[in-house]
Design a protein around this ligand. Structure first.
Ligand SMILES: [Zn+2]
Length: 488
């Protein structure tokens, strides 16, 4: 028996004005064609593809991992040209590898392009309708997928990450391979939930979302249930069919009841969902205590890991008056190519970020800002700021970069000569991933809000499509849980 895999990961934030081109994959991320190159990459860093490959081969199947692309950072929509290039790569790589007994597609689930809200549905359609794949088709997704009817109809089985921050990439890949090898026909029952869950309420370690994941695991292995995916959708997505979802893959009439019961339990939590945003007075008073582990300053409004541009210098503006009175270094970061260029040219005065914060500073470092993630998040995977400079002012160190990255961890700061472990505080432009990136505890995080495209209160974003009907944009949606069933 033989399987083929392809992996394409990109998360859109449709409120970002940026369009994503091929450079965000080829220079800032990963773009590999052909089984030999993909195999090498899967040995060097943990990937979904690697997890699938090992599971297939352990079971005596052969597997051709023909394509692997990962965008350097979530951002706005894919450009038309970039999306055309992705489709062409699927044809070029998957076409000659078919027919196969099974195809596993590792896709994000919240990719959108200019002119196409549902990129993953379009890629599934390409594999089924254009390339004519008739064997089993397994869809493995990110936790933040926006599941559509087309995706649910065209895939035979659907699974997704079970962790947030996402530290189960290879496990998800192995699970997808097991679904591909499972005997007998598979059905999908989906409970689509008209709700946007704040990311602060979606960690697998503790709290309300951990409870939901526990219920999902308990439902598996009985009543015909093989796999349950719980999908709190990427919140900043103004697209058709927007919403969270519970997806149950298995066989038999009891799947629908399992999906609905889980969705109802999740829905019942909605009045408790929230975020722990701090005032700057409170943040400054916390920072006066130096501890063994650094405080993590979490920029909830401008999370590059959620597709925001990363150009807000809110923390710098707020901490500048305290730059000489803190008990240790505070490491900040901002996407600001003009500042990198000025630092290269030998400037001593700068205006930083969208706030245009005036700053007199010494340039400590200028470089390309390339690193391999070293925390528990995407360990070993290469990232690049595509140009970086470090500015020093009092206890503040500002890393200005030319491009956003989706991981900000020890290695992000180390590659520009800064020691995050011994800092008083480090900034993260990620709402939850910092816990894995810095091996931090929940109490280490100090959340603040500011400009950017990831407002933690989504009512601040201007939704025009289906998201408008989701809680909390609508306080009481008329039909909060929609049931889908495939095959019908
Ligand atoms: Zn995600």
């Amino acid at each position: 028996m033989r399987a083929v895999t392809a992996q394409f990961l990109f998360e859109a934030n449709t409120f970002s004005p940026l369009e994503v081109g091929m450079d965000m994959f080829r220079d800032g991320g990963t773009w590999l064609e052909g089984a030999a190159a993909v195999r090498r990459a899967s040995e060097a860093a943990e990937t979904q593809t690697g997890g699938s490959l090992r599971a297939f081969e352990a079971a005596g199947w052969s597997c051709d991992p023909v394509f692997l692309a990962v965008c350097g950072s979530p951002s706005g929509r894919l450009s038309r040209a970039c999306f055309a290039e992705v489709r062409e790569a699927f044809r070029r790589c998957l076409g000659p590898a078919l027919p196969a007994d099974a195809v596993v597609l590792h896709l994000h689930g919240a990719a959108s392009a200019v002119g196409e809200d549902d990129v993953e549905g379009a890629l599934l359609s390409l594999v089924r309708d254009e390339l004519g794949h008739r064997g089993r088709l397994v869809l493995s997704l990110d936790l933040h997928a926006n599941l559509t009817r087309r995706m649910s109809r065209l895939a035979d089985a659907i699974t997704a990450y079970r962790t947030m921050p996402h530290v189960d990439l290879a496990d998800s890949g192995a699970r997808a391979a097991r679904l591909a090898m499972a005997r007998g026909p598979l059905e999908r029952s989906v409970a689509k939930l008209k709700a946007i869950v704040p990311p602060t309420d979606t960690t697998h370690w503790d709290g309300r979302f951990a409870h939901m994941l526990g219920l999902a695991r308990a439902a598996e292995g009985r009543d015909g249930v093989v796999d349950v995916a719980i999908l709190p959708v990427q919140p900043w997505l103004d697209v058709d069919e927007m919403g969270s979802a519970v997806v149950v893959t298995g066989t038999g009439g009891r799947l629908d009841g399992v999906a609905r019961a889980l969705a109802e339990e999740w829905w019942s939590q909605r009045r408790l969902w929230g975020a722990d945003i701090r005032s700057w007075d409170e943040i400054v008073s916390r920072l006066l205590t130096k501890r063994e582990r650094p405080w993590v300053l979490v920029d909830a409004g401008d999370a590059t890991s959620g597709g925001s541009e990363g150009t807000s210098a809110e923390a710098l503006a707020r901490l500048l008056p305290h730059a000489d009175s803190l008990p240790g270094p505070v490491l900040l970061c901002v996407v600001d190519p003009a500042t990198v260029a000025a630092a290269r040219a030998g400037a001593r005065t700068f205006t930083i970020g969208v706030q245009r914060v005036p700053l007199e500073a010494e340039v400590m470092h200028v470089g390309d800002g390339s690193f391999h993630a070293s925390g528990r998040l995407y360990p070993g995977r290469p990232f690049s700021m595509r140009g970086a400079a470090v500015l020093a002012h009092g206890d503040l160190r500002v890393v200005a970069s030319c491009s956003p990255t989706m991981v900000i961890d020890d290695a992000f700061y180390a590659c520009v000569g800064l020691d995050a472990r011994n800092a008083l505080s480090v900034q993260s432009k990620s709402i939850m991933s910092w816990r894995a990136a810095f091996a931090a505890e929940a109490g280490d995080g100090l959340y603040f809000d500011g400009p950017g495209q990831t407002p933690i209160d989504v009512r601040r974003a201007r939704f025009s499509k289906a998201g408008r009907g989701c809680f909390p944009l609508t306080d009481e949606p008329s039909e909060p849980i929609e049931a889908w069933r495939y095959p019908a």
